[in-house]
Design a protein around this ligand. Sequence first.
Ligand code: SF4
Length: 96
Amino acid sequence: MSLAMRVEEKLYQNRYIVDAGKPHIAIRPHDKPSENLLAMTRICPAGCYAETSSGQVEITPDGCLECGTCRVLCEASGDITWNYPRGGFGVLFKFG
Ligand code: SF4
């Protein structure tokens, strides 16, 4: 048995408290996503972004690691609005 853990297994150790009805990241409505927004479907480490069958990008921020990648890439253009979750909600990291 290998002692090395896969990234997915490490991520599974974290816990996430959902702030129901108050997502901390929102995508601006669009017909066609910008290149940066589309890129988020491939680079978000938590897999929060997905492309719909009609070509738009949607987000499910449950499980967001608050890494800020999408904030850096998409907030200035207005593609998304980004805030930290309210106190007591969001990711709970388990280290070790
Ligand atoms: S902050 Fe990081 S983990 Fe959270 S949605 Fe953006 S890219 Fe994904």
